[in-house]
Design a protein around this ligand. Structure first.
Ligand code: CA
Length: 668
């Protein structure tokens, strides 16, 4: 009987489609001709006047909506077919009441079969593990005081100091002293301390002085079972399921759709209250699964690029690559980013494998965010795991950064130039005594712009500048990928003791934090945490990933160095020049320095700095180096792996000695 009813409804739907369709039907797979839907009401809207469902699926021949009482299990309490006026229109159905508290799924009939149920691609609230979308009152998810939440002040992108973290790494270890270890709420707790009395959590971030927290993927991903919150599960989350909802395992109750939303907002609010902006890592370039993804189950094929043989193209090396150049995919990405910025007040977005996306999409993201707040920061990995199947000139690759004003890229040039090759564990860089890295370091110092004193032929990876301005480059020596800095130093300098390794780390980070551009650091490096040598710890247990905060006490001097280094950058605009013109006018390399030494001056109160002139020199060799400096008396700000922000010691003359494996910073 039920089958008969379904058949009858299907026949009606097909008849409706055939009689009302004025244009040639869009063939399945003819993606460029799929009708574009301009409305902003996909896929569910709800208020006191009712609940409306709208699914964009041009080549489905029937769509079924199911309503449930729960996020998982049980039978649907309502099942109905959605309708459309023509193939040009989305599928719709409506209820006269607000279905708050209910859940829903779509299922489409396509090429002769019913596909699996899906919460859709646009769900903004979901039940446990993201299987069903939830109907909730979003206004009720706002924490107290949310209406007065404001982004901390930011004048220019080069003022940013990024701290990249995973929720669980940062707060799960007992030494973090955080009752919400591994949860969004961990970043709302003030006053947490390690057993030795050192600040942890949000207090630690303030003590360190960073301006932006970059949280690893925190949208709903697939690899952690949210229904088992007490089991130790770990994943970075680069396996997206629902792009527009927070991950349930970071909430205190993954079964209640509103809890994860409210708690993520509380996290943003608490960080804002403490003067810290928040960046979301977004992974629109691929999905966890192919045919079974929410994209595939709503509009088969459309969201992905394919090879000539029809199989999935795979520039992500995760099984697929999305097709940002298609209008509804571009709209999807742009609207998703806008949503996180507006609904959750996020202050920046880090695009995973951004090189898979097309340039037009990244420019559209920038343009839409500018309308909300031009200080929202956008950056990404300007590469892909394999070549995407669109033209290289169209890809948002590092080399094309200059075509995307206001979008920044990670500089692997400086990263590997300073510490050595990312995947060759024993490979060394400038800071660990490798010869021939000088031009790669100089490339980083100027923020990857055109500068007349750089020989680009000798830069490790990029043989040409790629940014218009230093605001477009992220300088760093490590991130969640590959070995963390401590492990990399141990692997590449196996004979060095811990104190010497920390000295290399200080040199490496001094290069990062004094360079023009946007500095970035990986969580825990300030207390010399390690990851037990694991290169790819994306699913490693807490024993590898969790930060033991007792290290803050034992490595206190290392922490102090990082803190002072950050303070140096924040106090002196000469290190934060925002335009290529300023860098070229004020930054001059000192010629004739010894091998393995890079030195430069920042001249003429650069950027309005109180210091009239600054000398910065880096010595990557294991011998003291003599350099020529402008004649006169100088305050010694950094020397022999120490920093003195006040510069109590002075030197005089036209020569200075740079200690082995150390930075020298002089000012007057
Ligand atoms: Ca999840």
């Amino acid at each position: 009987m039920k089958q008969l009813k379904q058949f009858a409804l299907l026949a009606v739907a097909l008849l409706t489609m055939l009689t009302s369709c004025q244009t040639t039907p869009v063939a399945d797979g003819d993606y460029d001709n799929y009708p574009v839907y301009e409305g902003d009401d996909l896929e569910m809207t709800v208020d006191e006047r009712g609940t409306n469902f709208t699914l964009w699926s041009p080549t489905a021949d029937s769509v079924m909506l199911r309503i449930y009482n729960d996020g998982v299990g049980g039978e649907p309490i309502d099942v109905r077919y959605m309708e459309r006026k023509s193939q040009q229109e989305p599928w719709r159905t409506a209820f006269e009441e607000a279905l708050y508290g209910k859940f829903y799924t779509f299922s489409i009939h396509h090429q002769g079969e019913w596909l699996a149920e899906t919460p859709g691609a646009y769900a903004r609230a979901v039940g446990v593990n993201g299987r069903r979308a939830a109907i909730i009152d979003m206004n009720a998810t706002d924490p107290e005081g949310w209406e007065s939440d404001v982004r901390p002040a930011l004048n220019q992108f080069t003022d940013i100091i990024i701290y990249e973290m995973h929720h669980r790494d940062f707060s799960i270890h007992a030494s973090a002293g955080n009752q919400y270890g591994g949860k969004f709420l961990a970043l709302t707790q003030e006053g947490t301390r390690s057993p030795e009395g050192e600040m942890t959590g949000i207090d630690h971030l303030k003590e360190l002085g960073i301006t932006h927290v970059h949280i690893l993927p925190s949208y709903d991903y697939g690899s952690v079972n949210e229904s088992r919150p007490d089991s130790a599960q770990y994943n970075w989350g680069y396996d997206p399921v629902n792009y527009n909802t927070p991950e349930g395992s970071y909430s205190t109750n993954a079964f209640d759709p509103a809890t994860r939303i409210r708690e993520m907002k509380q996290m943003v609010q608490a960080l804002h209250r403490n003067g810290i902006r928040v960046i979301l890592d977004v992974v629109y370039n691929h999905t966890y699964i192919n045919d079974g993804s929410n994209f595939s189950l709503t509009t088969p094929g459309y969201y992905y690029r394919h090879k000539d043989d029809g199989s999935y193209a795979d520039a992500s090396a995760c099984g697929n690559e999305t097709a940002s150049e298609r209008e509804m995919v571009r709209n999807y990405i742009v609207n998703s980013v806008k949503y996180w910025a507006e609904e959750y007040h996020f202050d920046g977005f880090r695009f995973d494998l951004m090189g898979i996306h097309d340039i037009e999409t990244m420019k559209a993201v920038r343009a839409e965010l500018d309308k909300i707040d031009p200080t929202i920061f956008v950056y990404g990995e300007g590469w892909a795991a394999q070549a995407p199947v669109i033209a290289g000139d169209d890809c948002a690759m590092k080399a094309n950064a200059y075509k995307m004003p206001g979008v920044a890229v990670f500089s692997d040039d400086l990263r590997d130039g300073v510490k050595g090759h990312f995947s060759q564990a024993t490979g060394r860089g400038f800071a660990t005594g490798e010869k021939g890295c000088e031009e790669s370091v100089k490339f980083g110092i100027v923020g990857a712009i055109q500068h007349p004193q750089i020989n680009y032929e000798l830069v490790n990876y990029s043989k040409a500048p790629y940014t218009n301005h230093p605001t477009q480059v992220i300088n760093y020596v490590s991130c969640h990928d590959d070995m963390c800095l401590t492990d990399k130093l141990r692997a590449s300098m196996p004979d060095a003791d811990e104190k010497t390794l920390q000295r290399y780390a200080r040199l490496a980070q001094t290069i990062v934090f004094t360079s023009q551009g946007v500095p970035f650091m990986f969580t825990g490096e300030e207390i010399f945490r390690d990851k037990k040598g694991v290169h790819n710890s994306y699913c490693s247990p807490d024993e590898v990933n969790a930060i033991d905060w007792s290290l803050k006490h034992s490595n206190r001097e290392q922490f102090n160095y990082y803190r002072d280094l950050i303070q140096l950058r924040k106090s002196h605009p000469a290190f934060r020049l925002a335009t290529a013109e300023l860098v070229n006018n004020h930054l001059q390399f000192i010629e004739g320095t010894p091998e393995q030494v890079v030195a430069y001056t920042l001249n003429g109160h650069a950027g309005g700095d109180e210091w009239e002139q600054i000398v910065v020199a880096f010595n990557g060799s294991d011998k003291a180096a003599d350099i020529t400096i402008p004649e006169g008396q100088w305050k010694v700000i950094a020397h022999d792996a120490t920093i003195d922000l006040e510069g109590k010691n002075t030197i005089e003359g036209s020569h200075a000695t740079v200690a082995p494996s150390a930075a020298l910073i002089l000012a007057r």
